[in-house]
Design a protein. Structure first.
Length: 361
């Protein structure tokens, strides 16, 4: 599979001739663009990073530019754009579906979006359960360029896991892990020898490092599912489906931010019988992930995970210097209101104390 990258040669500087006119390059090959709009200015910024053929319409739509604006600018700037040599992508036919991911990464970080996806390709994200929510989250991460989804789930597909957003009915009673493998084999994912879904049920390769972990709960979280990652210094977050809302926790950075146990301790402060209640709730059927709640939660959580992975790789969003992306979300079913949430350290929690190096397998 080949792609063509359109990129302004960085040797050609952008120089303002007046507040509304910009010149790209110096000398006979320079291009002067009068009456430059804000949208055109952003397109030029993106072209300095590079755009793959097929992204033009996505850029126009994202920047709310006039249809065909990106294509027109590329034509005007031909004399300062690097000669478009076809390159080969490691993603196979999937590259045809990755334009939106590349475009978003380019706009978020003002770099070539393929650089961002190349870094994501090296990351492994753990999902504790491959139920309906876990399955959908795995697909979202893989579609976003994450290299491998890993899990300890050795359970079977339940009736609550079936449906249009879950597993086909013929997988009922079969291994969740093997069923998801079969489902992924039908998708337009990268053609590669890299294992996209890996089980940690058996002793894993020592070289495998978990980059991020996701914990999913209904009404309550099982403490062992998140304490594992806190003790191993692995960044993580949780999704909890409640009766009146769905919550995506803030990103937990062990030893740096408040943790999920801090949140649980505050729940105990509100009701000292919470631990007893929670121990009963965690084993109830997982039936609170209706389609609207599920899609909302997966979308918000995916964005949080990707931003944290990208920042860990050195890509920082210029529009979020305070790292607000790490805040959590609470989506209210009744009103549709999305509220950003933050956790506070709890005096009874030991999450800020030094941890032993236990590895993260």
């Amino acid at each position: 599979m080949f792609f063509v990258l359109r990129r302004i040669n960085k040797a050609h500087p952008a120089v303002w001739k007046d507040p509304n006119t910009i010149q790209i390059g110096l000398g006979p090959n320079s291009v002067v663009l009068p009456e430059l709009t804000k949208e055109q200015e952003k397109i030029i910024d993106a072209l300095y990073s590079g755009l793959v053929d097929g992204q033009q319409e996505v850029i126009d739509s994202t920047l709310e530019a006039a249809p065909g604006e990106t294509k027109n600018l590329i034509e005007k700037l031909q004399s300062v754009i690097d000669k478009p040599l076809p390159g080969k992508t490691p993603y196979g036919d999937w590259q045809q579906l990755a334009f939106a991911e590349i475009a978003r990464a380019s706009l978020d970080y003002q770099v070539n979006g393929e650089m961002v996806l190349a870094e994501r390709w090296q990351r492994n994200v753990h999902i504790d359960q491959l139920d309906k929510a876990g399955m959908l989250f795995a697909k979202a991460l893989l579609a976003s360029g994450v290299g491998t989804v890993v899990t300890h789930d050795d359970g079977l597909v339940l009736a609550t896991d079936l449906g249009e957003l879950g597993y086909p009915k013929e997988f009922l009673g079969k291994s969740r892990f093997e069923s998801l493998q079969l489902e992924l084999s039908k998708l337009s994912l990268p053609i590669t020898k890299k294992q996209r879904l890996a089980s940690l049920t058996y002793k894993p390769d020592k070289s495998l490092k978990v980059s991020f972990a996701l914990v999913i709960g209904h009404l309550a979280l099982r403490p062992t599912t998140y304490s594992r990652w806190l003790n191993r210094d692995v960044n993580h977050l949780s999704i909890t489906f409640n009766l009146d809302s769905v919550e995506v926790s803030p990103v937990v950075i062990p030893g740096v931010t408040p943790c999920l146990n801090c949140f649980q301790e505050y729940k105990v402060d509100e009701d000292n019988s919470w631990p007893v209640m929670a121990s009963q709730l965690v084993d109830l059927p997982r039936v609170r992930d209706d389609s609207a709640a599920l899609l909302t939660a997966i979308g918000l959580a995916t964005r949080s995970v990707l931003r944290q992975l990208d920042e860990s790789a050195g890509f920082v969003h210029s529009g979020d210097t305070d790292a607000e992306f790490r805040h959590g979300y609470r989506f209210d079913y009744a009103t549709g209101t999305v509220t950003r949430t933050v956790y506070e350290l709890h005096k009874l929690c030991s999450c800020q104390e030094p941890k032993l190096d236990l590895g993260n397998d």
